[in-house]
Design a protein around this ligand. Structure first.
Ligand SMILES: CC(C)(COP(=O)(O)OP(=O)(O)OC[C@H]1O[C@@H](n2cnc3c(N)ncnc32)[C@H](O)[C@@H]1OP(=O)(O)O)[C@@H](O)C(=O)NCCC(=O)NCCS
Length: 191
């Protein structure tokens, strides 16, 4: 585990390197994850076990970059993950031919808790992930965001991500208990 930044607002940005690093943060991460994805436009419902499992699962992926914005008190204010897109087979299926699979990184799971928004934290987590990618091996970054244009879309556009015009349906359990798909848009950036 490594501290990558200490912010004036008392948040520390940690980079987690292994599933063991994630253990202490698992419960707080799960709570933040559940809360953030339950909001519109996603309205997703994850059990605490499902949400908590995201952390060790991601930390086992080769070359992963996992950042948590935390307080010493154990609060998780935000999270951001990234890994080679080759470790995300459902996405590879949809973008094959569009981007060089072996040279594309995938930005997954960016979320900031409501109380900590509008303070540049998402931008910082995006910039840090971009910096940490090995540019000798990777030339592109891909992510997906809601096709319902929102703050995230504008944010990514301003940070140099382009709208690929390619969409994907993502199936998930929703707040009302139903299992439905929602539409996501792929955005990409050349490193
Ligand atoms: C989208 C989200 C990550 C932004 O987090 P944040 O820490 O508040 O964002 P920042 O403060 O770093 O702002 C980044 C940029 O987006 C803009 N922005 C952020 N939220 C905005 C909003 N609600 N409306 C308009 N612009 C917004 C900021 O003005 C800023 O632009 P600038 O850096 O060019 O001035 C956060 O609202 C969130 O977690 N939402 C729910 C989950 C989600 O949508 N994740 C992304 C899915 S891929």
């Amino acid at each position: 585990m490594q501290t990558v930044a200490a912010r004036a607002d008392g948040l520390t940005i940690l980079r987690l390197a292994s599933p063991a690093d994630g253990e202490a943060w698992r419960a707080a991460f799960a709570g933040a994850y559940q809360e953030i994805w339950s909001e519109p436009p996603y309205n997703e419902r994850f059990s605490s076990e499902e949400a908590g499992a995201v952390l060790p699962r991601t930390l086992r992926i080769p070359d992963q970059i996992t950042l948590l914005a935390v307080r010493d008190s154990g609060v998780v204010a935000g999270f951001a993950m990234a890994y080679p897109v080759s470790s995300k087979p459902d996405v590879v299926r949809d973008i094959r031919g569009l981007l060089p699979i072996d040279h594309t990184f995938y930005f997954a799971e960016l979320g900031i808790m409501e109380a900590w928004r509008h303070a540049g934290l998402a931008r910082q987590l995006i910039e840090r992930r971009l910096e940490l990618i090995d540019k000798t091996r990777f030339t592109h970054v891909l992510l997906r965001t809601s096709a319902t244009k929102n703050a995230a879309y504008d944010m990514y556009k301003r940070m140099g991500f382009e709208d690929t015009g390619v969409y994907m349906e993502v199936a998930s359990r929703r707040n009302d208990g139903s299992f439905r798909t929602d539409r996501r848009l792929f955005m990409a950036k050349v490193l």
